[in-house]
Design a protein around this ligand. Structure first.
Ligand SMILES: [Zn+2]
Length: 229
């Protein structure tokens, strides 16, 4: 850490779980919302078929998030921005807690739940956290808006993964925090970092498929370990 000029970080659901954000994925069972599986209601097909139902689900989640604040792990990462020459933060989380803690230029590969986008002209709208249900409902062009979140069956936003991969290939230390490193392509980033000669550190309470490739595995809560680093 003392010698590193450039640091790359990938965070996943685990870091936000420490703020009380439900993961909707964990535990092996699939979450159900009004009789629909999580991967059904959060799908590209459902946006086409029943956008109001998709919004109902996302507004529910935005309501849950109003109770959640950034934790010491988010704040530690935000502080690291001024400690290293270069720091690239890639997150799989859509909750905006990294920004809330003060991180700038966060690469949100799965989008942001507090942002919406026009289904026709792709104009983006930043929503206030307190704004539940969502607003606006309609774009200036008259078309409906949808959550600016990557849904099942959709591609990642253009350039997001590439920026992360570039940082992973050129950093001195790469952290993977609170992620099982299973969701591709974000899961490729630690592999790229390792192959490019970075010191690879994992922070996770449990062993993951990535553990055997790591130079250092820190077992525990990110909110306790990162402030110590
Ligand atoms: Zn529009």
């Amino acid at each position: 850490m003392d010698r590193a000029n450039s640091v790359g970080i990938l965070t996943g659901a685990g870091i936000s779980a420490e703020s009380g954000v439900p993961t909707f994925r964990g535990g092996g069972g699939t979450a159900i919302w009004k009789g629909m599986r999580f991967d059904q209601i959060s799908s590209a097909e459902m946006v086409r078929r029943d956008l109001p139902a998709v919004w109902e689900w996302f507004d529910y989640r935005r309501g849950v998030l109003q109770e959640c604040e950034p934790n010491p792990a988010h704040r530690a990462i935000a502080n690291w921005q001024d400690r290293f020459e270069s720091l690239t933060l890639v997150t799989q989380n859509i909750d905006g807690l990294h920004r809330g803690a003060g991180s700038r230029d966060v690469i949100e590969v799965h989008g942001n739940i507090h942002r919406s986008r026009c289904v026709s002209c792709s104009k983006m709208f930043q929503m206030d956290r307190a704004c539940v249900p969502h607003d606006p409902d309609t774009c200036v062009c008259g078309s409906p808006v949808r959550p600016d979140v990557v849904l099942f069956g959709e591609m990642l936003p253009e350039g997001a993964y590439e920026k992360g991969a570039e940082a992973a290939a050129s950093c001195d230390v790469f952290f993977t925090i609170g992620t099982s490193a299973l969701v591709y392509p974000a899961a490729m980033l630690p592999e790229i970092a390792k192959r490019s000669g970075a010191f690879l550190v994992e922070v996770n309470p449990e062993e993951t498929p990535l553990t055997s490739s790591c130079d250092l595995s820190l077992r525990g809560k990110a909110g306790e370990l990162l402030p110590l680093l």
